[in-house]
Design a protein around this ligand. Structure first.
Ligand SMILES: [Zn+2]
Length: 166
C-alpha cells in the first residue's frame, strides 16, 4: 500500500469519527420550554442545572418565562427582560448579537436576563480590584469590565445564585 492510500484510509476514519460525534450531539436530550425559542433551550436548561448545583431549585418552564431571539432596536442593547401584559417575563436576545457572539457571551447575556426575569435581581456594577465586574448583573454602563470566561464562569454563577431562595 502506498502512503497515499494510508492517508486515504486515515481520512475516512477521521470523517467517520467526526460524523458519529455530530450525531451524538443531535441526539442529546434537552428539556423543552414552551414559548421559548428552541435555540435558547440549552441555556435555559443550563441555568436550572447551574442553580441546582448550588442547591437552588429552579423550574423555568413552570414559571412561564418566555424567550425569543429578534432584532432589538435600542443601540447597544443585546438583551432585555420584557414585561408585557401577555408575556410578563419575556427574555429577548438581539439577533445580531446572537449571530456573532461566542457561547460564553450568549450564556452570560441570557443568564443576566434570567437574573432579572426569574431571580428579580437589579443591576450591580461592583468591580474586583483589577476592574473586572464582580457580577454578570452589571449594567454594562458602570465602568467595570466583563470577564466571563471558562475559568471565571463558576465564580460568576455562584454570585448570581447566592441570594436565590433555596
Ligand atoms: Zn440588565
Amino acid at each position: 500500500m502506498t502512503t497515499f492510500n494510508y492517508f486515504k484510509i486515515f481520512a475516512l476514519i477521521l470523517v467517520a469519527a467526526l460524523g458519529s460525534c455530530q450525531k451524538s450531539t443531535e441526539l442529546e436530550i434537552v428539556k423543552s420550554f414552551d414559548g421559548v425559542e428552541t435555540e435558547l433551550w440549552e441555556h435555559f436548561d443550563n441555568f436550572e442545572k447551574e442553580a441546582a448545583r448550588r442547591g437552588v431549585h429552579i423550574d423555568l418552564a413552570a414559571s412561564g418565562i418566555t424567550g425569543s431571539i429578534e432584532k432589538i432596536h435600542t443601540p447597544g442593547m443585546v438583551g432585555i427582560c420584557n414585561h408585557r401584559v401577555d408575556t410578563p417575563n419575556h427574555v429577548m436576545i438581539d439577533s445580531d448579537f446572537w449571530n456573532s457572539a461566542s457561547e460564553n457571551a450568549r450564556e452570560m447575556i441570557i443568564f443576566h436576563e434570567l437574573g432579572h426575569c426569574y431571580l428579580h435581581r437589579g443591576h450591580n456594577d461592583a468591580a474586583h480590584s483589577d476592574g473586572t465586574c464582580s457580577s454578570i448583573m452589571r449594567s454594562g454602563l458602570g465602568g467595570c469590565v466583563d470577564f466571563y470566561t471558562n475559568s471565571n464562569r463558576k465564580g460568576y454563577l455562584t454570585e448570581l445564585f447566592a441570594d436565590a431562595q433555596h
